[in-house]
Write a new protein. Structure first.
Length: 622
């Protein structure tokens, strides 16, 4: 068989597999896998609440034990050197919550050794310390680094709460309530982790807090009357903010991570464990469970909207007709899940007045009030052709397009959730990863992806004011070596693919210097097996770190970028295509979350992106 014939056969196989995997409602539901954090926190919360679901706890325990490494550590990506201290602390703590007898097992002895050898609990990430403090396993700091006053400052203040990104606010509001009250929840299931506190001073602080409660300075005591008034006002405002953003399934903002914090903040505010809000939150967390290789896993958020949009797009690129039942079903599903919030109207559950107008899409099916640029452009691309030929489909598509265009930042780029939220003094707070979360600057990957959609689906090219600004943004942010950094994927391959395909779609000549610099860089990092692979470590070090193996999704991105920048496939592209034909099902998290701390392994990616790249190859191969 010729290479084209092999590609055609592989394309058909992928189409058949993807079509068969579609759900009756038109969606695709693939696992969105994260590291051990969500499973660990679920066990801790269940035990803290004395929730009676031993089966789930044992299922999560089994998964945590199954992904532990031989040296006792847990990792958040396979090639992480040694292991991840915070992930190991979280998993170790959860396993002791699940069964204190596990402490004497060889697996947990090795985990404890890894933790102490790497500096103990005091070296953990701030988020890990916060969860430990909530359960009385780590001392609250004398001064919490995130001030409660953020909620009461004038909106014009450079450090106001509203200057945080929307997805961070749902986390921080819950954090502020619990931290402000120095809330601690302990019961008979709470393990003793004092052997992991290698700093004697911190250990003494913990014992003192457990014995007497957090210390209050004399100066604070003198100000207590005034402070209590403003404190209560701020806490009330934070609590109201949370209540307005609880989804119908009980989760906070559709995120497991935020929902864990919500539960503790509600308990800190006086809610009983059996209250409907807390029980609904637990139910919502359970609804995020999925099964991977026979093991139960709690997703941080379901990726149904994202996966369905990308699946539909890749199938259409492979030649599946827009009137095919697979496409019409997915289009109907996506349009049904468009988020709609006109000014002055209540959300469907009647709880919240939302201050912005949008008709856009979010990441998860249970997300009703938190749209983002990436999911919106992905859905608009997937339903573009059906919408243009269907009078019913066109109005919601057009509304989504208007929202997407309106979200362009002053610098010409697009960010994830918010508009023109790129700089703030709040990033000066001494909190880990705050510069990666508190603000929402324009990124090369989101700008490139949006530009590709606008160029190829809306025929907006250079000469259009919005397109000109976006092109200039990308050209300005290209790295010296020709690559671009991608915030929401791993990482430089992802950003370079998005930028190159976006620039080409906008009409930048393929022989332009920026395009050819990007091509040269991509070719320079191609692996010997013909594929491409990049480590999550790139995200942490902010430089390209190669993987010792290639991944299907990153190879597909590189191949797709090279195809966009050429009139016909070069030999290096064909080497990449041959790697994709093998598609060894490599499991690696190529989705970005929180640099150095949280990554996503989309189980859909090994099908979506190879199919798109193979289809684009067939269109250019002679």
């Amino acid at each position: 068989m010729t290479l084209k014939e092999k590609v055609t056969a592989c394309q058909k196989k992928l189409i058949d597999e993807m079509t068969a995997a579609q759900q009756a409602d038109g969606s695709w539901r693939y696992p969105c896998e994260t590291g051990p954090m969500t499973d660990a926190y679920m066990i801790i919360v269940m035990r803290a609440l004395k929730a009676e679901d031993e089966q789930l706890i044992q299922q999560l325990t089994g998964r945590l034990l199954s992904i532990q490494k031989a040296n006792g550590a847990w990792k958040i990506y396979e090639d992480e050197v040694g292991g991840n201290l915070s992930a190991t602390i979280e998993a170790y703590t959860a396993l002791l919550f699940a069964d204190t007898q596990l402490r004497h097992s060889e697996q947990l002895k090795r985990a404890a050794d890894f933790i102490t050898e790497n500096g103990g609990m005091q070296r953990a990430h701030a988020a890990t310390k916060f969860m430990l403090a909530l359960n009385g396993l780590y001392p609250w700091p004398a001064i919490f680094p995130i001030p409660l006053s953020l909620l009461l400052l004038p909106k014009a203040s450079p450090v106001h709460f509203e200057r945080l990104t929307s997805y961070v606010k749902v986390h921080f509001a819950a954090v502020l309530i619990a931290a402000n009250k120095r809330f601690t929840l302990r019961n008979d299931s709470t393990p003793d982790l004092s052997h992991l506190l290698t700093d004697a001073t911190i250990l003494r602080r913990l014992k003192n807090q457990l014995a007497t409660g957090p210390a209050v300075s004399k100066s604070k005591q003198r100000k207590n009357v005034a402070w209590t008034f403003w404190q209560k006002k701020a806490v009330k405002k934070a609590e109201q903010y949370l209540l307005e953003r609880i989804e119908d399934d009980g989760t906070l903002g559709s995120y497991a991570s935020a929902t864990f914090y919500l539960i503790y903040s509600l308990l800190a505010s006086g809610y009983e464990p059996q209250s409907p809000l807390i029980q609904n939150a637990v139910s919502g967390l359970k609804s995020l469970s999925t099964v991977i290789n026979g093991k139960t896993h709690i997703q941080n958020a379901g990726s149904t909207i994202w996966d369905t949009a990308l699946m539909s797009y890749s199938l259409q690129q492979a030649g599946v007709a827009q009137n095919d039942r697979t496409i019409t079903k997915s289009t109907a599903f996506l349009l049904k899940n468009q988020q709609y919030s006109p000014v002055g109207q209540l959300r469907k559950n009647g709880r919240a007045l939302l201050p912005i107008t949008y008709r856009a899409w979010g990441f998860s099916e249970n997300n009703s009030c938190h749209p983002d640029v990436d999911d919106t452009q992905a859905v608009l691309r997937a339903v573009a052709e059906p919408a243009k030929s269907n009078k019913v489909f066109f109005p919601p598509w057009n509304h989504g397009l208007k929202w997407l265009l309106a979200m362009q930042n002053k610098d010409g780029g697009w960010s994830a959730f918010d508009k023109n939220l790129r700089g703030s003094l709040i990033t000066m707070l001494p909190v880990e990863n705050i510069q990666d979360t508190a603000v929402d600057p324009s990124t090369a990957d989101l700008t490139g992806r949006t530009l590709e959609f606008l160029g190829n689906c809306c025929h907006l090219k250079i000469g259009n004011a919005s397109i000109n600004k976006a092109v200039q943004f990308l050209l300005k942010h290209q790295k010296e070596d020709g690559s671009w950094y991608g915030r929401w994927g791993v990482c430089y391959i992802y950003g370079t693919w998005a930028a190159v395909t976006g620039l080409c779609a906008a009409g930048v000549p393929k022989d332009a210097v920026p395009i050819q610099k990007a091509v040269s860089w991509l070719l320079s990092v191609q692996n010997d097996d013909g594929g491409w692979g990049e480590s999550c470590q790139s995200d942490k070090e902010k430089r390209f770190v190669p993987l010792p193996f290639s991944t299907p999704s990153q190879t597909a991105w590189a191949v797709d970028a090279l195809l966009a920048a050429a009139d016909e496939p070069e030999p290096e592209v064909e080497r990449g295509i041959k790697f994709l034909l093998k598609n060894n099902g490599c499991t690696y998290p190529t989705g970005g979350g929180l640099p150095g701390h949280f990554y996503l392994h989309y189980h859909s990616y090994n099908k979506i992106w190879p199919l798109a790249a193979l289809s684009h190859y067939l269109k250019k191969a002679k």
